[in-house]
Design a binder for this molecule. Structure first.
Ligand code: GLN
Length: 242
C-alpha cells in the first residue's frame, strides 16, 4: 500500500452480488476501520471503468447471464489486469471466481474467456447443482481456521499448476471436481465458491487480505464474539444436515 489510506474496490455490484456477497465489502471495510485505517471504498458499476490503483478488489457471484456480461466488460476494460500487475489483492466468489480463471461455460452453453488471473478452468458440471452449507480446511500454509460458507453453483472448477487449492472440503462440494478441493489462490488472487457472505462467516480471511495489502504479519485484535457465534451456528448447519 502506497499511503495510509486503504483503497477497497467492489467490482460490479449491479451484476455480481448474490447471496449477500456485498457483505464482504462491508466486512473488509469495517475490520480495516477497526484497526484505525482510513478506507476509501469504491463501488464500480459495470458501466464504469475499473480503477487500477486499488489495494483490495472484491468480486461476488452471479447468475449465468450477468456473469457473461461481467466477463465481457472486465476483459474489455482491462483495469483489473493492470491492478493485479500493480500488486493488488483480489478476492472473488463463485461466478467472480470462475471469471478470474482462464475460461468458464456461459449462459449460452459456450466457452467464455475469463481474465486468466488465476490458473483455474471451469466447466459445467454434469451432475446435480452443488447447493448447501460447506465446511473445509484451509491450506495449512495460510494458517487460518476452517472455512465455512454456502455454495450454489453448476460450474465445476479445475485448479492448474500455477494455483493452489484454497481448502479441502469436509462437508459439501467446493470446486465440484470430486477431488475434495475448494477454491484456489496464488500470491495475490483468491477464489472461492463460498457465499454467506463468506467474509462475515470467516473474518480471519478478511484479515488475511488486509495483511497482504498492508504488507504486515499481524493486525491488532478486534472483538469477534458475534462472528464466532455465526461461525459456530453455520458449522453446525454444515455438519448436521436436516
Ligand atoms: N453461474 C455460475 C454457476 O452456476 C455461478 C453461480 C454463482 O455465482 N452462485 O456455476
Amino acid at each position: 500500500m502506497s499511503d495510509s489510506q486503504l483503497r477497497l474496490v467492489w467490482i460490479y455490484p449491479d451484476l455480481l452480488s448474490t447471496y449477500g456477497d456485498q457483505g464482504n465489502a462491508l466486512v473488509v471495510e469495517r475490520r480495516a476501520r477497526q484497526r484505525g485505517l482510513d478506507v476509501a471504498r469504491v463501488d464500480v458499476r459495470s458501466d464504469q471503468p475499473v480503477p487500477t490503483s486499488g489495494d483490495i478488489y472484491l468480486i461476488g457471484g452471479g447468475e449465468d447471464r450477468p456473469q457473461r456480461l461481467a466477463a465481457e466488460r472486465l476483459r474489455r476494460d482491462g483495469g483489473l489486469h493492470r491492478a493485479v500487475g500493480n500488486g493488488a489483492i483480489v478476492f472473488s466468489v463463485c461466478a467472480g471466481y470462475q471469471i478470474l480463471g482462464h475460461e468458464f461455460i456461459n449462459d449460452l452453453g459456450q466457452r467464455e474467456a475469463g481474465l486468466g488471473l488465476l490458473d483455474v478452468v471451469s466447466v459445467r458440471g454434469e451432475g446435480a447443482r452443488c447447493v448447501g452449507d460447506v465446511l473445509a480446511d484451509i491450506d495449512p500454509r495460510l494458517g487460518l481456521p476452517p472455512l465455512t460458507g454456502f455454495e450454489n453453483h453448476q460450474g465445476v472448477t479445475h485448479v492448474g499448476p500455477n494455483a493452489k487449492p484454497l481448502a479441502s472440503v469436509r462437508f459439501g462440494n467446493g470446486n465440484g471436481t470430486g477431488d475434495g478441493t475448494e477454491g484456489a489462490y496464488n500470491d495475490t488472487v483468491f477464489g472461492t465458491y463460498m457465499h454467506g457472505p463468506v467474509l462475515a462467516r470467516n473474518p480471519h480471511i478478511a484479515d488475511h487480505l488486509l495483511k497482504l495489502a498492508l504488507d504486515v504479519n499481524a493486525l491488532p485484535p478486534v472483538d469477534d464474539r458475534w462472528y464466532e457465534a455465526l461461525r459456530q451456528e453455520r458449522i453446525a448447519a454444515a455438519t448436521q444436515p436436516a
